[in-house]
Write a protein of this length. Structure first.
Length: 385
């Protein structure tokens, strides 16, 4: 009875979402909580367990928000195998009927639940250990919708490395793209969201089929292109004993020489090698764009204690950008950066004596007064702080 009530509640989501703006996801969270509660109740069913799949499809079979699959995720592990096999057969019929109906439709954007039926059938195949059935369903998807990484992972775990290699190498177009803050700052194009995951998996598959050198070549090549810290860690972990030191030296030299300075800086902070991050900041001191305010402040904060001069270079870049563009809404940040510069003055000035081209704090402050003395809003905040 409790499960019936939860299903009835979950089924209201489409009508509710048509009438509200849930931009923050608060209402959606309530439905997710109900789905989780349903999953917790399922193991308590006894003779009624065989009725659950039919009740779920009856309540949510026409859902367009994916909650049918979400509910299936919660309950499928608790179903007896005979119930799962019957559910799969019933869903196969529903899927076939829906696909036949879709084929006759002239509406280009018609809603279809066939994909949800197929997704649940794949969940069932996974629970039943039917890897061939899982893959057969995946093969029927459009190539751009196939989970090539997931299929390769399943095959590798099953010891079918050659087949896994074929899946991980399948090319896809479209799909989710991703661009990090550092790549955006470097003007890089968005890349496949799973690119690093794909490289990692492909390298493991190569090792499984005895191509260890090819796996390492792939990892290093991917690192040269991406400067991804996780990829380098996997490369280092696969090296023979005592070879990691020379490999790290080579990697850090590559990073410091990279033309993608923001990607290089992000790598050195993540590794972490703050000493090399400071070196990069100082060596490329005239290239930092203070408009990259979503990336540079946390780096400057991380450097300020042990590498004050590098922090000063970044704080100055941020401050200069705000004042030169007269970004009055950012004046509170600018005042905070100047306060940071005041606090770092003694230590950064001492370090600056060994580096040419970086003026003292006194000289820099005088330049601010000369160039931006009329920005009264900024200077009022400075006095207040």
């Amino acid at each position: 009875m409790a499960i019936d009530r939860l299903l009835r509640f979950i089924a209201t989501h489409e009508r509710v979402f048509e009438r509200i703006d849930d931009s923050y996801g608060h209402v959606q969270d309530v439905y997710h909580q109900a789905i989780a509660e349903l999953g917790q109740l399922t193991p308590k069913l006894e003779e009624e367990i065989g009725l659950l799949p039919e009740r779920i499809v009856e309540a949510l079979g026409d859902s367009s928000h994916g909650y049918l699959v979400d509910v299936a995720h919660e309950v499928v592990d608790h179903q007896p195998k005979e119930v799962l096999r019957k559910w799969d057969a019933d869903l196969a019929v529903l899927q076939q009927e829906q696909e036949a109906k879709d084929a006759k439709s002239k509406d280009r954007y018609v809603f279809s639940n066939a994909s949800q039926y197929r997704d649940i059938r794949q969940l069932i195949a996974h629970v039943l250990g039917d890897l061939d059935g899982l893959i057969a369903l995946e093969e029927k998807k459009h190539p751009n919708l196939q989970d090539t990484i997931g299929m390769a992972e399943h095959l590798l775990e099953a010891g079918r490395a050659q087949e896994a290699f074929g899946w991980v190498r399948r090319e896809k177009t479209g799909g989710l793209k991703y661009v990090s803050a550092s790549d955006l700052a470097d003007g890089m194009m968005p890349q496949e969201a799973t690119s690093s995951e794909r490289v990692s998996l492909e390298a493991r598959i190569l090792e499984a089929i005895g191509e260890k050198d090819a796996a390492q070549t792939l990892r290093w090549s991917a690192f040269e292109t991406s400067l991804n810290a996780g990829t380098l860690r996997e490369y280092i972990a696969a090296l023979p004993d005592f070879e990691e030191f020379s490999a790290l030296d080579r990697a850090f030299a590559l990073v410091l020489a990279s033309k993608h300075i923001y990607r290089a800086l992000a790598f050195l902070v993540e590794w972490p090698r703050l000493d090399l991050a400071a070196k990069l900041v100082i060596e490329r001191r005239n290239e930092w764009d203070g408009g990259q305010y979503y990336m540079l402040p946390p780096v400057a904060d991380a450097l300020q204690h042990d590498h004050p001069l590098a922090a000063v270079v970044l704080y100055r870049a941020l401050l200069n950008d705000i004042l030169s563009r007269t970004r009055s809404k950012a004046y509170p940040h600018a005042a905070r950066y100047l306060k940071k510069l005041d606090a770092l003055a003694a230590s950064s000035d001492a370090e600056a004596t060994t580096v040419s081209g970086i003026c003292s704090h006194t000289y820099y402050s005088a330049g601010l007064q000369k160039s931006h003395g009329r920005k009264s809003g900024f200077w009022a905040l400075v006095k207040r702080n």
